[in-house]
Write a protein of this length. Structure first.
Length: 287
């Protein structure tokens, strides 16, 4: 299970050197927003060199309909990154287009066919919110959906995306929910967006805990200090694990029943499936 995805600007040698020791489950080398156009050629080479010596590295390329995206892929694919983060897609057609390019590049560089995964940032363009059902069966490469509030804010002309208490304003809460639902419909992982105030640990803990509660499996991070709280939030607690074991055991002992009683409450198949999910998460995170 990948709980934390840490963005690292691919043009920063200093940040790249520190990234592997942050404890992040995965790194996303950023060739898009974090890198100015003039710095991208050098950043691409630096990213490719880094991927060859590090496990579980993704790359955020530039939007697929740009020349930069082609240059990004040509540079990093020989190093075989785990996956590609796709920014600003208008629809799942962008993921299909990316997948077709990956088909060619994997064959060209002797990479196992289909090995390179895709994470789509599926709400950064307003039009994308009306097409999210298109990710269902779009491409076998699709591993995760995440979302972004900052680009969406700019696109709609919003002056803020949170209220005074730090809660998402309705437009952005809707985008978050649609991302979660689209991931569930496509049967891929849902990853919550970044928490931009990396000095606010209490706010981050609340944000990540709510994401776990709501059904997200992990979260994007923009600073190394955010990794540990995110990993903790997406690791089932001992109490959750114990309760899940009891539910699974109860159904195993009563195979002919669809509903059973536990601690004075009725539990049924949805509770059983959720218990199985918690135990898988715990196993994958070492819990």
């Amino acid at each position: 299970m990948t709980r934390s995805f840490l963005f690292v600007p691919a043009d920063s040698e200093r940040k790249l050197q520190k990234a592997a020791d942050t404890g992040a489950d995965a790194l996303i080398l950023d060739l898009e927003d974090a890198v100015v156009p003039d710095a991208r050629p050098a950043a691409r080479q630096r990213a490719a060199d880094y991927i060859r010596g590090t496990d579980n590295v993704w790359v955020r390329i530039n939007p697929i309909d740009t020349d930069d995206a082609g240059a990004d892929l040509e540079a990093v694919m020989p190093a075989a990154p785990v996956g590609i983060v796709l920014p600003k897609p208008r629809s799942a057609a962008a993921a299909v287009q990316l997948s077709e390019r990956l088909d060619r590049l994997e064959k060209q560089h002797g990479i196992t066919a289909g090995a390179t995964r895709i994470m789509a940032l599926c709400t950064e363009h307003p039009a994308a919110l009306f097409t999210l059902d298109g990710y269902v069966n779009a491409t076998p490469r699709l591993h995760a959906l995440s979302w972004g509030a900052e680009d969406l804010s700019v696109a709609v002309g919003a002056h803020a995306n949170r209220d005074a208490s730090g809660n998402w304003l309705p437009t952005f809460e809707m985008a978050r929910s649609l991302c979660l639902l689209a991931a569930a419909a496509a049967e891929v992982t849902a990853i919550d967006t970044v928490f931009t105030d990396f000095h606010d640990r209490v706010g981050l803990v609340n944000f990540a805990s709510n994401a776990y509660r709501d059904g997200f499996c992990g979260m994007l991070a923009i600073h190394p200090a955010q990794v540990e709280p995110i990993n903790a939030a997406f690791t089932p607690s001992a109490e959750e694990i114990e309760h899940a074991h009891r539910i699974v055991a109860l159904f195993a002992d009563n195979p002919g029943l669809g509903t059973v009683g536990l601690d004075g409450k009725m539990v049924d198949r949805p509770h059983f499936l959720q218990a199985q999910r918690i135990l898988r998460l715990a196993e994958q995170s070492g819990g």
